[in-house]
Design a protein around this ligand. Structure first.
Ligand code: PEP
Ligand code: MN
Length: 337
């Protein structure tokens, strides 16, 4: 159930609607926009007639939401969500670039790459400390030690940090060092993890699963939001198809589709999306042209010796080139980088 209050509705009127929804068995989520307050009632819609709410004072309109996700739906926040972390706004006019190595490897490595991405204009450094590797014999990440190194490198370069959380037990350590917690493709439907992330108050970067539909992606966002954490950033990172010329098939069309179905910001990851550094620039350009709110890009100062995903990691000079190109594309779609 979605109740849109009139512009300037009084707090007492809003409260009466909340009380009514609660008495009918709904859990109420409130979104206070610039113009309107929207109340999302999650619960037994059954045979509730929207008119019951529309006749209440201060109510503009009421709808029964038929989509399986409610809080992630565009109706809940028609104006879109902006996730603000310090002076960075994700989902606003600026296209936010998050860049860095696949994995944090050594102190020197992360220091050097932090300098490269900061000089290029990235706002956030990425890097895995807990790595979901397809093989148990591959490098698994440096854990807390890696997070500490990345935090220090980020602070020296005025960058925010995003890093992956693989299970519930890692939430405290990730929260201590990272500004954004990433849920990887393999964990998009780890519902216990998603529920726990709904209980914290840190932004979550939720990547699309390798064979997940857009609806499943939005339902996973709903798991986090239904716990009260509304700061979810989505990420298209390529899906598995019959095509094997690239590591995954980058679903650029997911960007405008998500934009119309949901108010949540969406990023694109052309590195995992293609698996090849020579294809990262064109797909990055396409993603920004299609309306992505930002990019997640792998960059390494020495990709030939990277411990993971070297083939898809940009060299420093390619990253600079990418940022120069994005500035042109962003201008064409009335945004900035
Ligand atoms: C990553 O971004 O480091 C990563 C492992 O990506 P994905 O979960 O999309 O495979
Ligand atoms: Mn990677």
């Amino acid at each position: 159930m979605l109740v849109v209050m009139q512009e300037g509705a009084e707090e007492s009127q809003i409260q009466r609607v909340i009380d009514r929804l609660v008495s009918m068995g709904f859990i109420v989520h409130r979104s206070s926009g610039i113009m309107h307050t929207v109340l999302g009632g999650v619960g037994p819609v059954g045979d509730v007639d929207p008119i019951e709410f529309e006749v209440m004072e201060g109510v503009k309109e009421c709808h029964r939401i038929v989509s399986p996700y409610k809080l992630a739906s565009r109706h809940f926040r028609p104006g879109g969500t902006i996730v603000r972390i310090r002076d960075v706004e994700i989902g606003g006019n600026q296209v936010v670039v998050m860049a860095g190595p696949c994995s944090v490897e050594t102190r020197d490595q992360i220091e050097e790459i932090a300098g490269v991405v900061a000089r290029g204009g990235a706002k956030v450094i990425r890097g895995g400390a807990f790595k979901p590797r397809s093989s148990p014999y591959s490098f698994q990440g440096l854990g807390e030690e890696g997070l500490k190194m990345m935090r220090e490198a980020a602070d020296r370069n005025n960058l925010l940090v995003v890093s992956e959380v693989m299970d519930q037990t890692q939430i405290p350590v990730l929260s201590a060092y990272s500004d954004i917690l990433q849920v990887g493709a393999r964990n998009m439907q780890n519902f216990n993890l998603l529920r726990e992330l709904g209980q914290i108050r840190k932004p979550i970067l939720l990547k699309r699963g390798i064979s997940a539909t857009i609806e499943e992606l939005l339902l996973s966002a709903e798991y986090i939001m239904s716990g009260g954490n509304y700061e979810v950033i989505l990420c298209e990172r390529g899906i598995r198809t019959f095509e094997n010329a690239t590591r995954n098939t980058m679903d650029i069309s997911a960007i405008p589709v998500v934009k119309s179905l949901s108010h949540l910001p969406i990023l694109a990851d052309p590195s995992h999306g293609t698996g090849r550094r020579d294809k990262v620039l064109p797909m990055a350009r396409a993603a920004v042209a299609a309306g992505a709110d930002g990019l997640l890009v792998e960059v390494h100062h020495d990709p030939d010796h990277a411990l993971s995903d070297g083939a898809q990691s940009l060299r420093p000079q390619q990253f600079t080139e990418l940022m120069d190109q994005l500035r042109l594309i962003a201008r064409a779609v009335e945004r900035s980088v």
